[in-house]
Design a protein around this ligand. Structure first.
Ligand code: ADP
Ligand code: MG
Length: 373
């Protein structure tokens, strides 16, 4: 029997249909990841499943019991579903261990001693037992989220729902938390997970749901969704999350926006903070000190700031699936082949000292410079 079964679930806010026709059956130990653009209804789906937000129509069964039937003991059934949020939601006036003990004592009737022993074991499991007697405010984001996970597990849920558990964390804290979730998945915890960490989704999921067009648009194994998506919007989405692209059409382009995009890409693809800095440095040297200079020498754009600039550089960044190698691509038109060696010595030196390889390709008036890290 499935742990959770959803039949024809629908959620509407006013005139706005968030999703309809959602049917799903999740078996014991399955890890179901939900992916999709922001606003596609992923959080709403999770909130409806654990009845934090009532579904407009449809049915949800847990271990065969209809939790949407009128007159059911919602609070007892909700205890079968643990939820972990992006924002941790710890009680800041309670010690870490008290946060973990609270619900088992209040809702499950455990003695304080039992709840304490169990809570300590869970805190050990997620690696924060030494923080048991501190307040949440004294913990890092990654530690807080691990406490939140321990608190959820303390209720021994049948299924744990994670809504972007690492979105508020930087790269190193993200990996701490993802490693805990991976461990739980390997231990057979049934879970549903919303995250932007696509490589992680691919690694740990037994099944992936892509949400779009007010529902589950495509549903399959991680291999299907990431390697052979069958529907057009899934394909576009996978392409979009796999690479970062930035088009530069002016010398005064928004560097902060580009760098923030590189950081986002880094977070999604397990790129260390140091490597993110290196990518940003290469991109800046290439764009400002090499390409802008080369394009100025080529045309007459620099003559007058007000003249429409002849700048159009496509910068993209990709992490190769198999090798994990990072590649930066700079694609732009020019009258003659661009060569790094003709550029400013210092900038060339910086790029060469960081990059593992640089290749230059010129055909049909277009340059493609590839920098590999
Ligand atoms: P996701 O988690 O995929 O980014 P959400 O589930 O948060 O998307 O939101 C889906 C849509 O539902 C959005 O258009 C959002 O504005 C709308 N929405 C979410 N919560 C509410 C609410 N409480 N009232 C009205 N609209 C809402
Ligand atoms: Mg959301």
């Amino acid at each position: 029997m499935s742990v959770i079964e959803i039949r024809d679930l629908r959620k509407v806010y006013g005139e706005n249909v968030i999703f309809s026709g959602v049917s799903l059956s999740i078996g014991e130990g399955e890890v179901t990841s939900v992916i999709g653009h922001s606003g596609s209804g992923k959080s709403t789906l999770l909130r409806c499943i654990n009845l934090l937000d009532p579904p407009t129509s449809g049915k949800i069964f847990i271990d065969g019991e209809d939790i949407t039937a009128p007159g059911t003991d919602v609070s007892r059934l909700r205890q079968k579903m643990g939820m972990v949020f992006q924002s941790f939601n710890l009680f800041n006036h309670l010690l870490v261990i008290e946060n973990v003990m609270l619900a088992p004592v209040k809702l499950r009737g455990l003695s304080r001693q039992e709840a304490y022993d169990k809570g300590m074991a869970l805190l050990r499991m997620v690696g924060v037992a030494d923080k048991a007697l501190e307040f949440p405010a004294d913990l890092s984001g990654g530690q807080k989220q691990r406490v939140a996970i321990a608190r959820t597990l303390a209720m021994e849920p049948r299924i744990a729902l994670f809504d972007e558990p690492t979105s508020a964390l930087d790269a190193s804290h993200t990996s701490e938390v993802l490693n805990v979730i991976r461990h739980l998945a390997q231990d057979g915890l049934t879970m549903m997970l919303v995250t932007h960490e696509m490589e992680f989704v691919r690694d740990i999921s037994t099944r992936v749901l892509y949400m779009d067009e007010q529902g589950i648009y495509e549903d399959g194994s991680p291999e299907q969704i990431f390697e052979h998506p069958t529907r057009p919007k899934t394909r576009d989405f996978i392409q979009h999350v796999r690479s970062f692209e930035y088009r530069i059409t002016s010398r005064s382009f928004d560097l902060y926006e580009m760098n923030a995009g590189i950081e986002q890409f880094g977070l999604r693809h397990y790129v260390t903070a140091q490597t993110v800095k290196q990518i940003q440095l290469i991109a800046e040297e290439m764009i400002f000190n090499l390409l802008f200079a080369a394009l100025a020498a080529n045309g007459d754009a620099e003559a007058d700031e007000d003249i429409a600039e002849d700048i159009d550089i496509n910068f993209s960044l990709l992490k190769e699936e198999r090798s994990g190698r990072l590649k930066l691509f700079f694609d732009f038109a020019s009258e003659s082949a661009f060569s790094l060696e003709q550029g400013d010595d210092l900038a060339v030196g910086i790029v060469r000292s960081i990059a593992a390889a640089v290749s230059e390709h010129y055909a049909d008036g277009r340059n493609l410079i590839t920098v590999e890290l």
